[in-house]
Design a protein around this ligand. Structure first.
Ligand code: DMJ
Length: 608
């Protein structure tokens, strides 16, 4: 099918008349001597003339072919490479994204690691109390201005509200803040998912990494007990918000009381680990019930709409995508299988079904260079009430987590042996594992391609070219592969053009590097780090989101999300660390990058 599609594309685009006329002229010249004499002239003359003619024609033919080859290679590198691989056979001893020539192993790159640590200095506790630390003149600005905040406003130097810790002296200050100042008795509505992945995940990770300091487990347990009422719904799906002081779940009225699929299905790593630590089944039972409901409600091909109804436990007709509100559902299917030491086949089955459906329905290739991307399915209702699904070539920055998920999945769910080698070899993976590895690597290349902007940073949302987008009418101005919708010179940048310090690409780079030891991933990560330093760093301290990745100098927005430290810088730090620092064989990262240990489950999943 690929070859046929390639042929169609080549014949549609090559300057066919030119090349064919050159070819036919050359062929004619082979038959008729240039002086017009017939072919019955003396044999010697004929031979010499024919020889000269055919040499000249051959030269012409070869240079025409060379021209066409260069043109095609420039225009269609990926499909041609695939066609060549199909024809010549793929190298059998290596998977895409791995190469003997770029293998460097998992030794630390100390100078780059130090550069990331330097960037994090003073930032890592943006999570902890403003009032507590304000007097301390020694603190760097984000720490001074935003302890205890979820976000930091690096330009106006204010914090607006959550967790973290790190390193000896800093760690002691953070611990002391958690012990003395962190209060969970907060009479306000907090997002169930965000509170779980950021605060509960952070406390559980701190408990483990601190050598089991009971302070963190006490806090984690207290927080989880306050969250538990969200699960008191008819279906067992959680409500979107929790009032921590009142211990009361709160429906999200802005979304008709619905909960997004990612929010409901991204609590399980944390609650399961808490059950293991406390020997209390309740946390796991509540979180497990969510998975049972989702499994029962799944739509036929294994895909999941982005909204569910906690009243009846069913999917609500809504978009299907790997981006916002859908993303970590797919991430946690695999990670639950990994967290439980590959001993819970039900998650593997759910993950495998989902990945098959994603390949069948969402994964597409760019129309000129063949970049692999994921599209979205948008439901449309006809006047008669029938639903049809429109495929939209839109990919959120968030989707870039999926590249690493696919690669990790290929070496766990898709592996014939455990552990696989570094890098993995084709014969160690199932057919599906090889497919997922390849898609993961190609998706990662696409994510890197979206960093091909003025700042070297990728936008919040990228659209990919499709034949029906009408953009060819822009002639020379039409983008080749992808573009930022609504971006116009001189106009205020659209929302899609922002980079808000998100981690998903470096998250996948870390996974790819740890699984391969291949230098290219460190190079890509270093480029991203330098771009963040160049365009997002605020001279007085902290880092800011930028409002247009295609504008230099970048205009900064007064906002720094905690996931910059919790995820983006942490993943970069680990990318340059040695392979024994939080190894993927022993840890699973929750969706906010808090490492949790892998363990053999004592309570088995009941709904399989
Ligand atoms: C993080 O809060 C989590 O990774 C979440 O799952 C979605 N993405 C943001 C950061 O981009």
């Amino acid at each position: 099918r690929n070859v046929l599609a390639l042929e169609r594309r080549l014949f549609a685009s090559v300057p066919t008349s030119t090349s064919l006329s050159l070819l036919s002229t050359a062929l004619k010249r082979k038959q008729v001597a240039p002086n017009g004499k017939s072919a019955s002239t003396t044999a010697a003359q004929a031979n010499t003339t024919q020889h000269e003619t055919s040499t000249g024609s051959l030269r012409l033919l070869l240079s025409s072919l060379a021209f066409v080859a260069v043109f095609l290679l420039y225009q269609y590198p990926a499909p041609l490479k695939q066609a060549a691989e199909l024809w010549l056979g793929r190298p059998t001893d290596q998977l895409p994204g791995t190469s003997k020539s770029t293998y460097i192993g998992l030794e630390a790159d100390a100078p780059k690691q130090a550069a990331v640590v330097n960037a994090m200095r003073g930032l890592h506790m943006v999570a902890i109390s403003i009032e507590f630390m304000k007097e301390d003149a020694l603190l760097t600005s984000p720490e001074r201005d935003a302890m205890g905040s979820d976000e930091y406003h690096p330009i106006s130097r204010n914090g607006s509200n959550l967790t973290t810790r790190r390193r000896d002296r800093e760690y002691q200050r953070a611990r002391s803040w958690v012990a003395n100042n962190m209060t969970l008795d907060r009479d306000a509505n907090f997002n169930t998912f965000e509170t779980t992945i950021r605060v509960l995940g952070g406390l559980l990770s701190a408990y483990h990494l601190s050598g089991e300091d009971p302070l963190f487990l006490e806090k984690a347990r207290e927080l989880a007990d306050r969250i538990l009422p969200v699960f008191d719904t008819p279906s067992g799906l959680p409500l979107s918000m929790i009032n921590l002081a009142q211990r009361k779940g709160v429906a999200d009225d802005d979304n008709q009381g619905l909960i997004s699929t990612a929010e409901a299905s991204t609590l399980q790593l944390e609650f399961r680990y808490l059950s293991l630590l406390t020997d209390e089944d309740i946390y796991w039972k509540k979180a497990e019930q969510v998975m049972a409901v989702i499994r029962a409600a799944r739509m036929p091909p294994g895909l999941a709409s982005i909204f569910m109804n906690p009243r009846d436990g069913r999917f609500v007709t809504s978009a299907i995508r790997l981006g916002s509100r859908g993303d970590s559902y797919y991430e946690y299917l695999l990670k639950q299988y990994v967290q439980t030491n590959l001993e819970e086949p039900v998650y593997r089955e759910m993950y495998d079904d989902a990945v098959q459906a994603i390949h069948d329905h969402l994964i597409r290739r760019g129309m000129s260079t063949g970049l692999t991307y994921t599209s979205e399915l948008i439901p449309e209702r006809s006047p008669l009430g029938d639903i049809s699904w429109r495929l939209t070539p839109k990919q959120d920055f968030l989707v870039c987590f999926f590249a690493g998920t696919l690669m990790l999945g290929a070496t766990t769910s898709g592996a014939l042996m455990h552990p696989v080698s570094i890098p993995p070899l084709p014969e160690q993976l199932t057919e599906q594992g090889r497919r997922d590895w390849k898609t993961g690597y190609e998706l990662l290349r696409t994510c890197m391609a979206t960093h091909d902007t003025q700042t070297g940073l990728a936008p919040e949302i990228a659209y990919f070219r499709i034949p029906s987008d009408g953009m060819d009418e822009m002639l020379g101005a039409a983008p080749r592969d992808w573009y930022i919708k609504g971006a116009r010179p001189g106009a205020f940048p659209p929302y899609d053009a922002r980079y808000i310090l998100r981690p998903e690409t470096v998250e996948s780079l870390l996974v790819a590097f740890r699984l391969t030891g291949d230098e290219r991933y460190r190079e890509w990560g270093w480029n991203i780090f330098r771009a963040i330093e160049t365009h997002c760093k605020v001279p007085s301290g902290g880092y800011a989101a930028i409002i247009n990745v295609d504008e230099v100098p970048a205009r900064q927005e007064d906002k720094m999300e905690t996931f910059l430290m919790s995820e983006t810088f942490k993943y970069l730090f680990l990318l340059f660390s040695d392979g024994d620092t939080l190894p993927l064989s022993k840890y699973v990262f929750n969706t906010e990058a808090h490492p949790l240990p892998i363990f053999s489950p004592t309570i088995r999943t009941g709904f399989s």
